[in-house]
Every structure is written in C-alpha cells, then in structure tokens.
Design a protein around this ligand. Structure first.
Ligand SMILES: NC(=O)c1ccc[n+]([C@@H]2O[C@H](COP(=O)([O-])OP(=O)(O)OC[C@H]3O[C@@H](n4cnc5c(N)ncnc54)[C@H](OP(=O)(O)O)[C@@H]3O)[C@@H](O)[C@H]2O)c1
Length: 243
C-alpha cells in the first residue's frame, strides 16, 4: 500500500472536471503539496488551501513543460489528466480534430512522461498515473479519433510501466467509462460525479491497483471486454447504431 499522505502531486487539466476533483481529493488524502496546472490560470478555481500551487501548463507546449519541470522538481506523483474529446467517425470526422485528439491525448501526455521521467527517478519511490479511457480497449465509432488516441496512450502507458519497473516508479492506467463532466455534456446517461470518481481513483492508486476502472459504467464495459473482447465491440455497435 502506498499512501498519498505528505506526497507532492502534480495534476494536469486541474481547472475543471476530473482534474479539479483530483486536486480536492489529493488535499483530502493529506498530500503536502499539489501543483495544480492548467492552460489558463484565469480559469483556475480557488482551492482555498495553501498547499495548492497553481502553474500554467499546456501539455502540447514543450517550452511550458520544460518550465514546469524546473518549478516542480520535488514532485513525486504525476497525474496526467488533461485530455480532449472531439466527435467524429473515421470516415466523416474532421481530420484536424482527429489530429488534435492525438496531439493532446497521446503526444502531449507522452511529452509529459518524457519530461518528468528524471524527476520521478530522482524522487523515487514515485508514481505515474495516466487517464486513458475504456474506449482504449475497443473503439466507439462516433468518437473514433479520441478512441484511437486513448488506445495509443494505453499502449504507451503499458510500455513505460515495463520500462520503469526496476526504478521504483509505479505506473497506473485509469480507464473510466463515463463521468459527469463537460466532456459528456448533453448525455442523458446516469453518470457519477467527478468528485466521487476522483476519490475512487486515489483510493485505488493507494491500493497499488495498476489498471483502474473507477466507476460502474466503465466496469460493466471492462467486464464485458474481459469475458471476450467481441462483447465490448458488440456493446459499442449497439450504442453507435442506436445513437
Ligand atoms: N468524463 C469522462 O467520462 C471520461 C471518461 C474516460 C476518460 N476521461 C479522461 O479523463 C480526463 C479528464 O476528463 P474530464 O472529463 O475531466 O474532461 P473535461 O471536463 O473536458 O476537462 C478536460 C481538462 O483537460 C484540459 N486540457 C485540454 N487540453 C489541454 C492541453 N492541451 N493542455 C493542458 N490541459 C488541457 C482542459 O483545460 P481547458 O479548461 O483549458 O480546456 C480541462 O482542464 C481526460 O483525459 C479524459 O479523456 C474522461
């Protein structure tokens, strides 16, 4: 069991959604310092706790990443939460938004892992957490670019898990189904709140679960996939053709 108490945590995309909830959950877990990062500091909420240090960070901006690596040299837990979702199928989706999903979700997170690897090394035992998605296991055609970017990120997460295994760095993949954030605006699914999911994610990180499905919708999909990958493809076929 690893504990987040007295740990120094860095969270990307911390201004809203799951990232904002992860900041609050880290505070509740007793983290000693939280670097809450986001693209526009004007949009960062006031967490009313002096353990929170806010930093500007767009994960596609290598210059900003380099600056944050210097500012957060005591970081022990890196949570790569920032992500984007653009709708669109393989055949009809805008190529520019398919590229955008890949730039942020895959290359942006990849850049973060590469830039912070030596900090994680120096401060080991340390922790790396990547937010992927259940669609990394099987794609949902209406969000095909997003699905591909998360499949690529899950693959990178599994790669780096093996790469870092002997360096005291634990690598977690968080693969949620559906959570009630801006990303799912307009959906009529009955989804859990980001606050409750963030708490579950950190509980599971503390319990050293490497592959984390933090809510029931994701769990139902994951169990279907585990039984037979075709079962999840069938679920997504049904969702896509009934949408
Ligand atoms: N919600 C779900 O059901 C669900 C399911 C599976 C996986 N996830 C994953 O969980 C993570 C958080 O999702 P969410 O639901 O909280 O989404 P959200 O409410 O849309 O928030 C996304 C966050 O990512 C930030 N972001 C976007 N592009 C960025 C960039 N280039 N650099 C830095 N930050 C950037 C956004 O900042 P701005 O405010 O500046 O745009 C925002 O803070 C994502 O990786 C998402 O793919 C979510």
């Amino acid at each position: 069991m690893q504990t987040l108490k007295n740990k120094v945590v860095l969270i990307t995309g911390a201004n809203r959604g799951i990232g904002k909830s992860l900041v609050k959950a880290s505070l509740q877990k007793g983290a000693s310092k939280i670097y809450a990062t986001c693209r526009d500091l004007g949009k960062m909420p006031n967490f009313e706790d002096n353990r929170v240090i806010t930093l500007e960070l767009d994960i596609t901006n290598e210059h900003q990443i380099t600056k944050v690596v210097k500012q957060a040299s005591d970081m022990q837990v890196l949570i790569n939460n920032a992500g984007v979702l653009n709708p669109g199928t393989i055949l009809d989706g805008e190529i520019s938004t398919i590229k955008k999903d890949m730039d942020v979700n895959y290359y942006g997170t990849l850049n973060m892992m590469r830039a912070f690897a030596s900090t994680l090394d120096q401060n080991s035992p340390s922790t790396l957490v990547n937010l992927t998605s259940i669609v990394a296991y099987s794609p949902l055609p209406s969000i095909a670019g997003y699905s591909a970017s998360k499949a690529a990120l899950l693959s990178a997460t599994y790669s780096v898990r093996i790469e870092l295994a002997k360096r005291g760095i634990m690598v977690h993949a968080v693969n949620p189904g559906a959570i009630d954030t801006d990303m799912n605006k307009g959906s009529d699914w009955d989804m859990p709140s980001p606050d409750s999911v963030a708490k579950t994610i950190l509980d599971k990180v503390e319990n050293e679960e490497l592959d984390i499905i933090p809510e029931d919708i994701g769990l139902e999909m994951f169990n279907a996939w585990k039984e037979n990958p075709k079962n999840l493809a069938k679920m997504f076929h049904k969702i896509y053709h009934e949408e």
